[in-house]
Design a protein around this ligand. Structure first.
Ligand SMILES: Nc1ncnc2c1ncn2[C@@H]1O[C@H](COP(=O)(O)OP(=O)(O)O)[C@@H](O)[C@H]1O
Ligand SMILES: [Mg+2]
Length: 276
């Protein structure tokens, strides 16, 4: 059995930066279910972190807690130095626009054209009249064009989301994040609905965007093939607790077997190349 390491990873791989998130004994219970148990770790500006672990480990709950969608039932979570339990009004709205979220699917509003979906990234910054006007006459068309160009979908500016493939829709969602310019991006299994090749493209795009914009990135991943080369740190959750932390290269097959238990075979982890 692997020992539980709650310590920070070696500082040689973690870039220096301001604290984006800090969890101090943070726990989250839903009735009798302890979804997260006494988490203690920090996330620094510029880090690119992958969160892994079997289903039910608490990965989605962790991301919702970091985004201040839910508050810890005990302990403290700070986002950009603010205790998320005390956030209200303008400060909470500001926080929301500083955190960009990418989901598994359904990232786009299906009855809005691609251009409007991309410009939704501005909503947190625009005052209401400008936001409403933008639905009729897109404000800042150039920002939308530029972001779509970066994900190689400029010709889809006026398309409806339904005309795009799943991979293209995820790229539009990434373009919206680029327009939003958040300080941190949280992506909850963004590639689990895509095949491995498309998944790799999306992860490369996301980590490339994070690097170029110097945005902190946290991705919750089920596909371990995508870890190498894109992340500075891996946090493994099991039964709501931090089971292991390290760099992608420090991952061993033994650790993965202990982490995933019965799921290990089903995930074909024996076929995963660990330090590709
Ligand atoms: N809103 C909720 N109400 C009750 N239980 C929940 C809720 N959200 C998550 N859980 C429970 O918390 C645990 C962790 O869930 P989740 O964060 O979705 O795990 P993961 O994303 O790693 O699969 C699971 O046991 C799940 O059933
Ligand atoms: Mg989940």
């Amino acid at each position: 059995m692997e020992t539980v390491t709650q310590t920070e990873t070696s500082t040689s791989t973690a870039p220096e930066g301001a604290a984006i998130f800090k969890l101090s004994d943070a726990s989250m219970s839903f009735g009798r279910v302890d979804a997260l148990k006494n988490l203690n770790f920090g996330v620094l500006e510029g880090e690119r972190i992958a969160v892994i672990g079997p289903s039910g480990a608490g990965k989605t709950t962790l991301f919702r807690m970091l985004a201040a969608v839910i508050k810890p039932t005990s302990g403290v979570v700070t986002a950009f130095g603010h205790d998320t339990r005390t956030l209200r009004g303008r400060v909470l709205r500001r926080l929301r626009s500083d955190i960009g979220i990418l989901y598994q699917n359904d990232n786009l509003i299906q009855h809005l054209r691609v251009v409007h979906n991309v410009l939704m990234g501005k909503l947190g910054r625009w005052i209401l009249p400008r936001a409403l006007l933008s639905l009729f006459w897109p404000q800042d068309l150039n920002a939308a064009k530029k972001a779509l160009g970066e994900v190689e979908l400029q010709e889809k500016l006026w398309s409806m989301p339904g005309e795009l493939s799943g991979g293209q829709q995820q790229r539009v969602a990434i373009a919206r994040l680029m327009v939003q310019q958040p300080r941190v991006m949280l992506a909850d299994e963004p590639v689990s609905q895509l095949d491995i090749r498309l998944g790799r493209e999306i992860i490369e795009l996301l980590s490339g965007v994070a690097r170029r914009m110097n945005t902190t990135l946290m991705v919750n991943l089920h596909t371990l093939e995508l870890l190498q080369g894109h992340f500075s740190r891996v946090i493994a959750l099991r039964e709501g607790a931090v089971f292991w932390q390290g760099t992608p290269r420090e991952i061993t097959r033994e650790m993965l077997k202990d982490l995933y238990g019965a799921e290990y075979r089903a995930m074909h982890l024996d076929e995963v190349e660990l330090d590709a």
